[in-house]
Design a protein around this ligand. Structure first.
Ligand code: MLT
Length: 330
């Protein structure tokens, strides 16, 4: 057999050229947010490290802005193995693995360092195992987005009395719904992908998300007022389908874990480096920013007093919360 001749004719037919490519894998990563926020930063860093570790043999394509479905749908799709990766807000994982709700109980996380300690320590490891068990997805990285601040298009809000009569969008998350109820209003649960249009069309008056997300999503175009509440520190895990992960060779699994770890460290540094400037930019674009009156005391008292006990069972018992608070030195 004339190998050279055969190779040339295969090449001409496009067969040889496609053979190595068939062995390579391009993974798909869904992002709920638009390009430019912390989800994007985490995804880009993961892609760069992963592709370098796998010597360009495997690659990752990012699909921002909910192109691959609403955040909660991406958990289902990853569980089924029809999607490889997703970066989404932790509150959109909780419905599938309720124990991660301990990270979204109001006022549990009080600083970026608290967030880092919980996600990168023993508790984060335990929650990762729980999401594999409950939801069929593995957390391999974390984006840190900062505290979720309240935005609205109607009026400055500094007290709970100012909230009365407002229609506020929240994710479909029981803990967040209960928190607003403790503050005296019934919020409107709505998918993330519908939120910008609902704000624009004034179907809802406001929502909460971190500064970085408000900016990436251009909410300043449809919202005027910001209140610096600090009830939830937004964590955005990078999840991989557990079935996809298990199909990989050990060295690819290791590359996924390493890239996730490096992307996590990058995300923390990115938040520290950018949040203050993003806040200034939003103010320069016309948003009015206020602090809650009296150090947020009334918001904190209502939320912790009534919401925490309602969710002891779903987070795995009051002991779990005690363990988290102990890990944070409280
Ligand atoms: C939400 O409000 O549903 C999420 O925080 C959106 C996000 O992922 O940024």
């Amino acid at each position: 057999m004339n190998f050279k001749k055969t190779a040339l004719s295969l090449l001409a037919a496009g067969l040889l050229a496609s053979a190595p490519a068939a062995m390579a894998t391009t993974f798909k990563m869904a992002l709920g947010d638009a390009a430019g926020g912390t989800q994007w930063e985490l995804g880009q860093k993961f892609k760069a490290v992963f592709e370098q570790r796998t010597a360009g043999k495997h690659s990752v394509d990012l699909f921002p802005n909910g192109q691959l479905g609403d955040e909660q749908n991406t958990v289902n799709n990853a569980a089924l193995g029809t999607l490889d990766f997703s970066v989404l807000a932790i509150n959109n994982v909780t419905p599938f693995s309720p124990t991660v709700g301990v990270l979204t109980l109001p006022y549990v996380i009080q600083s970026a360092d608290d967030a880092k300690k919980l996600t990168q320590g023993e508790i984060g490891q335990e929650l990762t195992e729980n999401t594999i068990r409950d939801a069929g997805v593995r957390i391999v990285g974390w984006a840190y987005s900062g505290f979720r601040v309240l935005t609205n298009s109607k009026q400055p809000v500094t007290s709970l009395a100012d909230l009365k009569g407002m229609v506020i969008r929240v994710p479909k998350n029981e803990i967040m719904i209960a928190t607003y109820q403790s503050w005296g209003i019934n919020p409107t649960p709505m998918a993330w992908s519908e939120t910008f249009t609902a704000l624009q069309q004034r179907v809802v008056d406001g929502q909460d998300n971190p500064y970085i997300t408000v900016s990436a999503m251009k909410f300043n175009e449809v919202q005027k007022y910001i209140t610096n509440i600090r009830y939830i520190f937004s964590l955005e895990p990078l999840i991989v389908s557990e079935s996809v992960f298990q199909e990989q060779k050990p060295e690819i699994q290791q590359a996924i874990l390493d890239a996730g770890r490096e992307a996590t460290a990058h995300s923390f540094a990115y938040l520290q480096a950018t949040e203050e400037q993003i806040k200034k930019d939003l103010a320069a674009k016309g948003m009015e920013i206020s602090d809650p009156a009296n150090g947020e005391q009334e918001w904190i008292a209502k939320a912790t007093g009534t919401v925490w006990p309602q969710f002891y069972d779903s987070i795995g018992g009051k002991d779990k919360l005690d363990k988290v608070l102990k890990a944070l030195g409280r």
